[in-house]
Design a protein around this ligand. Structure first.
Ligand code: 5GP
Length: 379
């Protein structure tokens, strides 16, 4: 098995509906085509197209949502997505999704999220560490002390899953507030935070700010999609808000890099997504790291986009494994080959992500032990 697959990994930026298997999406679309709800061939073409601009991606999401929005399907795709991440040795997954209302299907934001939680419980291929109380006595991972942990046979494969509820930028302040209240009510089920996402050219920061402030006051963690399009004012307001993490950070100017670096806000890096959506024009210009003429990673001149070399907190993520035909292992292999980083550098990068998870200290301790054991196997 390649090291980028066998290595334990942490996924912090994965959208549920963007991570659906293509095969499932096509199967569901075919079903709706047969019922005459959609024209299957149009949908098939849209699903199989590989290169899309950021705006085309949002059109595809509208289409995906037509196909996936009933409770049974939400449960099915959640189960599949978790099983897929576990199969490539993701040991901690923060899965984000936008709670949806669909009166025609009798779906409320709450029943949507209950269907997601059911999907987590339906997972069969791996043990799922779901809510905080799952870390109790009798848990095979929690057997006490690193010595026991690394003995191998006692350990069953396990994936910790935490949920983030997304606010879509099309939503109103009231709707965003409803999502935050739902997140608070579902904390015991592993909901730990709020994400702001959706089409970055839609909506205003001021619309979401009251809900995000309320979420923070109540102890939820917050991550923001930030700088997917050039919008200096919004990027600066987002950085001033000091979220727990930000996603992407593609369209930053010198001042924004300066602010980001001094704030030490961790950045969720989605290489394939940024290239596919053309928010970054090529890998060698990606803010993960600057490359010289010999493709060696170097410190960028002055304050600029060289996050890895500058030791800024970063974590490699997938964004949408289905929509961008990628996996977390592939993102690690890609970063390794593009930026000339060896296996131990990549292991370190994966391990560093423990410090940025939106989970409690008990989970972080478990993750440290998992990486400790994996590192011993590397030697
Ligand atoms: P869902 O929340 O329905 O489970 O996942 C799909 C949704 O995630 C999309 O409708 C969109 O709101 C959000 N999303 C997925 N990928 C991206 C991305 O690259 N950028 C932004 N801004 N939003 C995204």
């Amino acid at each position: 098995m390649d090291w980028w697959v066998s290595m334990p990994k942490i996924e912090l930026h994965a959208h549920l509906n963007g991570s659906i298997r293509n095969s499932t999406l096509l199967e569901l679309a075919k079903g709706l085509g047969e019922k005459g709800t959609i024209v299957f061939s149009d949908v098939e073409q849209a699903i199989l197209k590989s290169d899309r601009s950021l705006q085309e991606v949002f059109k595809l999401f509208d289409l995906i949502h037509m196909v996936t929005t009933d409770l049974q399907t939400v449960t099915r795709i959640t189960k599949e997505v978790v099983e897929d991440f576990a199969a490539e040795n993701v040991v901690y997954l923060e899965l984000r999704t936008t709670p949806k209302k669909n009166d025609l299907k009798g779906m409320s934001k709450r029943s949507y999220m209950e269907a997601v939680v059911k999907g987590l419980r339906d997972v069969t291929t791996v043990e799922v560490g779901l809510a905080p109380q799952d870390l109790g006595v009798g848990n095979p991972v929690n057997s006490g002390g690193s010595g026991n942990l690394c003995n191998g046979t006692a350990r069953k494969q396990k994936i910790y899953v935490r949920l983030l509820l997304s606010i879509d930028r099309r939503e109103t302040t009231d709707s965003a507030m409803e999502t935050v209240k739902l997140a608070l009510e579902m904390r015991h089920l592993g909901v730990t935070g709020i994400d702001l996402s959706g089409n970055p050219i839609v909506g205003e920061w001021a619309t979401f700010l009251p809900a995000l402030q309320f979420a923070r006051e109540e102890g939820l963690s917050i991550t923001l999609h930030c700088g997917e399009v050039p919008n200096t004012e919004e990027i600066q307001s987002m950085l001033d808000f000091l979220p727990g993490r930000i996603g992407h950070a593609c369209c930053f100017g010198e001042e924004e890099w300066r602010k980001l670096k001094s704030s030490k806000i961790p950045v969720e890096i989605c290489l394939t997504s940024n290239i596919r959506t053309e928010t970054i024009s090529s890998y060698d210009l990606h803010h993960f790291g600057c490359l010289d003429d010999n493709n060696m990673q170097v410190q960028c001149a002055g304050i600029a986009a060289d996050l890895h070399k500058a030791n800024h907190p970063i974590v490699l993520c997938t964004d949408d494994t289905g929509v961008f035909s990628t996996s977390l292992s592939r993102e690690y292999a890609l970063a390794s080959s593009t930026f000339g980083l060896g296996r131990s550098n990549m292991f370190q990068l994966a391990q560093n992500a423990i410090e940025f998870v939106f989970a409690d200290d008990a989970v972080k301790t478990e993750l440290r032990e998992i990486f400790y054991c994996a590192e011993r196997k590397l030697d």
